[in-house]
Ligand binder design. Structure first.
Ligand SMILES: Nc1ncnc2c1ncn2[C@@H]1O[C@H](COP(=O)(O)OP(=O)(O)OP(=O)(O)O)[C@@H](O)[C@H]1O
Ligand SMILES: [Mg+2]
Length: 140
């Protein structure tokens, strides 16, 4: 029998900053699904090639109200918010974009009004460097 070899891909970054990125995405998704009949939040990770380079692509998808096409570019602008006063400063996505730029990554969005929204977080794969102190792991 052949051993099953799973590819493992690593990225590196500031855990606190990346946590901030994902917490904001989850929080936005929950807000967008308030009052919706279907409330589904899904997260997926895949490796993709972009401009000849490997990236981890983490997709955060919701079934919320969606974002109108003419608003899609605005969501990354600082202080752009559609939330009631006191509930959002409109900074989460602009800060996330800056954090990902610092990590040589990117954040993009796709949405269908009334159906839902997907945010894609791209982080570069660094397979040459293994985390210090981690030995070989058994396959799950
Ligand atoms: N998943 C989503 N579905 C629909 N609209 C979204 C979604 N995520 C973000 N938006 C829109 O983008 C705007 C900006 O999001 P962002 O996270 O930058 O700020 P905020 O959530 O309004 O405030 P803050 O994150 O500073 O508390 C939101 O107010 C909302 O209009
Ligand atoms: Mg937010």
């Amino acid at each position: 029998m052949c051993p099953v070899v799973k590819a493992r891909h690593w990225t590196f970054g500031d855990v606190n900053q990346l946590e901030q990125v994902f917490l904001n995405l989850f929080s936005n998704a929950c807000d967008a699904m308030t009052g919706c009949a279907t409330r589904e939040l899904s997260v997926g990770v895949e490796t993709v090639m972009r401009n000849g380079r490997g990236y981890l692509c983490c997709t955060v998808r919701d079934t919320g109200v969606g974002i109108p096409p003419e608003e899609l570019d605005n969501v990354f602008r600082a202080f752009h918010t559609t939330k009631p006063r006191g509930q959002g400063k409109g900074l989460g996505l602009s800060i996330s974009r800056a954090i990902l730029a610092e990590h040589n990554g990117e954040i993009t969005v796709g949405s269908v009004s009334g159906e839902g929204t997907s945010f894609m977080v791209y982080l570069p794969v660094y397979n040459q460097t293994q985390p210090v102190g981690r030995g070989p792991e058994k396959d799950d």
